[in-house]
Design a binder for this molecule. Structure first.
Ligand code: ADP
Ligand code: MG
Length: 349
């Protein structure tokens, strides 16, 4: 008979379960910012303000004028696997919202001091506040006036998880990542007004506007005048696939792949198939080792793309990857060939 006793199985307490889940989605202040902004977008907001203190280590606050959360739902908003966005597997397969996992607020609140104030009514004297400090869901709800919408404040990220805290970099580096997260979201929705502040100083203030001029002004504000001056606008639709956006001219390449934005149904993604199609299209027109710049939007039926691939939702899986690849390649290839009339290579469109 063995003297070593068999360890008994027990269910993890919710707080620890949330902290483990947080390990997947809450890497640094930028990931918190991303999740909070996604929630603000999903709530139908017209204006989103982001306030950061000390690179996000001290404070990450996202304020929106969206739908708000009803009083009864407030404690649920912080619970794990609680969401208003899907109910069934069918919903998930055709999901239109950025969120659907019902995990972000639970995860974030398990590794920070989180305060959520929300009002789902038009009367600005109404509103409710709920606080959770590094807990799964021990939350108290109290009245707090707030204009219609929601403000989530995340303080002292990783205060109770020293191992994670150690991985935080300098204020400047962390804010750089936050700004990048903000940039991606602001490039995904031109109809929303955006503000980003760091240590109470305005870094970006972007008015809403969906015209071509307004879009180009926003891109110039976020990516520099240089980008837009050396890019061409493209738009192509084949069947249910639609591609639009700006592709940098081959003469405007960069050493790093740091200005490459690809959105699938409004969600910024990193995808090997997409990357391959783009690389192929630029191959003949760009010097080896140089990186193109682009801001591209692919829209297709949500049913033919699976967004539930990874907890951070940065990856997607296309049902017909080959078709998407060929569509991207041919659209870009065609456009780049047009931008280089002096270098005709026999086959012209
Ligand atoms: P998910 O976004 O995957 O549903 P979250 O944990 O991010 O999960 O949010 C949980 C729920 O809280 C959401 O489904 C939504 O109902 C509500 N919620 C969170 N943030 C906001 C917000 N800014 N405005 C309105 N509702 C929100
Ligand atoms: Mg969410």
């Amino acid at each position: 008979v063995s003297t070593v006793s068999t360890p008994r199985i027990h269910v993890l307490d919710p707080r620890l379960a949330n902290q483990i889940a947080a390990g997947e989605v809450v890497e640094r202040p930028a990931s918190v910012t991303k999740e909070l902004i996604e929630n603000a977008i999903d709530a139908g907001s017209r204006r989103i303000e982001v306030d950061i203190d000390t690179g996000g280590a001290r404070l990450i606050r996202v304020r929106d004028d969206g739908r708000g959360i009803a009083e009864d739902d407030l404690p649920l908003a912080l619970a794990r696997h609680a969401t208003s966005k899907i109910r069934s597997l069918e919903d998930l397969e055709g999901v239109h919202s950025l969120g659907f996992r019902g995990e972000a607020l639970a995860s974030i609140s398990s590794v920070s001091r989180l305060e959520l104030v929300s009002n789902a009514q038009d009367d600005p004297t109404q509103g409710w506040r709920v606080v959770a400090e590094g807990r799964a869901m021990e939350s108290r709800v109290s009245p707090a006036p707030h204009p219609r919408g929601t403000t989530v404040s995340v303080r002292d990220l990783f205060f109770n998880t020293p191992a994670r805290r150690k991985f935080m970099r300098t204020e400047k580096t962390e804010f750089g990542h936050v700004e990048e997260a903000f940039r991606r979201q602001a490039l995904s929705r031109y109809d929303i007004a955006w503000v980003l502040r760091h240590n109470q100083k305005v870094v970006h203030q972007l008015p809403p506007g969906d015209t071509a001029t307004a879009r180009e002004r926003r891109i110039a504000a976020l990516l520099g005048k240089n980008f837009i001056e050396h890019a061409r606008y493209i738009e192509r639709e084949v069947g249910a696939l639609r591609l639009s956006g700006w592709v940098g001219l081959p003469t405007h390449s960069r050493a790093q792949a740091d200005q490459q934005y690809f959105f699938v149904n409004g969600r910024v993604v990193r995808d090997r198939l997409v990357a391959h199609a783009v690389r192929q299209a630029y191959r003949d027109v760009m010097f080896h080792g140089r990186q193109p710049v682009f801001v591209l939007y692919l829209d297709l039926d949500p049913d033919v793309v699976d967004v539930n691939v990874h907890p951070t939702k940065h990856e997607v899986r296309f049902r017909d990857g080959r078709m998407v690849h060929d569509f991207l390649f041919s659209s870009l290839h065609h456009s780049l060939a047009q931008s280089q009339p002096q270098e005709q290579s026999g086959s012209t469109a």
